[in-house]
Design a protein around this ligand. Sequence first.
Ligand SMILES: Cc1cc2nc3c(=O)[nH]c(=O)nc-3n(C[C@H](O)[C@H](O)[C@H](O)COP(=O)(O)O)c2cc1C
Length: 389
Amino acid sequence: MSLRYLTAGETHGPQLTAIIEGLPSHLQLDFEALNFELARRQKGYGRGRRMQIEKDTAKIVGGVRHGYTTGAPVALVVENNDWKHWQKIMNIEPIEGTDEEKRRVHRPRPGHADLNGGLKYNHKDLRNVLERSSARETAIRVAVGAVAKQLLERFGIRIAGHVIRIGEIEAPPHNLPLDELARVTEASSVRVADPETEKKMEAYIDKIKQEGDSIGGIVECIVEGVPVGLGSHVQYDRKLDGRIAQAVMSINAFKGVEIGIGFEAGKLPGSKVHDEILYSEERGYYRATNRLGGFEGGMTNGMPIVVRGVMKPIPTLYKPLQSVDIDTREAFAAQVERSDACAVPAASVVLEHVVAWEVAKAFLEKFGGDSIEEIERNYRGYLAQLEEY
Ligand SMILES: Cc1cc2nc3c(=O)[nH]c(=O)nc-3n(C[C@H](O)[C@H](O)[C@H](O)COP(=O)(O)O)c2cc1C
């Protein structure tokens, strides 16, 4: 059975829920590490009040006993602490009350799912769309990805994410080892390695906020310790770079994805794009450079996986954008109660976790077994085969 998960839940509902199926037995889970990842998603300069209201924690309600997975589906819950204020509005059973009491939404926000979802599902209350389309759902995706991350760590595969750009401010290149990058960016309010850039980004976000605007950016994720041969060239839906691209594009507000040098590859001659193959006793086969970001033919090549994603500016602006009321079909300028000005640092945490999931899934497809011990045997056997090759 391949690894899979589904999520359910609304942004102002009682909780977000996920069921993961296909995890092996005997994976030891570190609950503190899981909650640490959720806290990481909530941090970041430019985020609004909700992040202070919500202190997310994941509760495991199935599939784990005495700290270890049993092989049964793992059920995860992240409660919405704000639920107490929304119980009536989000009531499961019918309620009496005016549109106002039900907080009916009839003014679709540009850049959101509101209007498309309303038309598609024939909802005259756009709350039925926005409650689910909200990026709040990324909290439970981070919880799911955090489990995947722990599985990968068990096999020496590590991940770090960071911010490359916020609006006009770009972080300079760095040569930090992965662990150091993770440590340094964790201490940064905008998840960049360079303190000068951090200051510039903070000032830039302040300026954007003052103007009633919002700003996006570019985030990057690096995966190290990946063996050769995850994914496959033989079928379109087994190409792991393609699957990672889909996962990245599925993050709210992401409008583009690159692997390695990505779009730069369209500007450069082949000699400056392809990575030459080398061999040494110590490393086996490896590449002289890693411009292709760890992939050739939809398979990992043993070099670090490098994935970038671009996030558009948050669509809810204090500076009102024009839209049309679905009751009156008249134009109005969208009013905003509260919104983040920039969620790029948080998005880099989400990126790490959706990528971790895809890599873990491909890892289990290749070395799959019902228990960690079985996977370990399969993995060791493969590594021995590579050595003999
Ligand atoms: C971590 C994160 C936080 C976000 N926070 C907000 C927000 O506070 N306000 C907002 O309007 N959009 C926010 N978004 C973006 C919207 O959820 C997203 O633009 C919307 O659901 C429409 O989907 P699309 O942009 O993928 O088409 C956030 C996205 C992410 C990844």
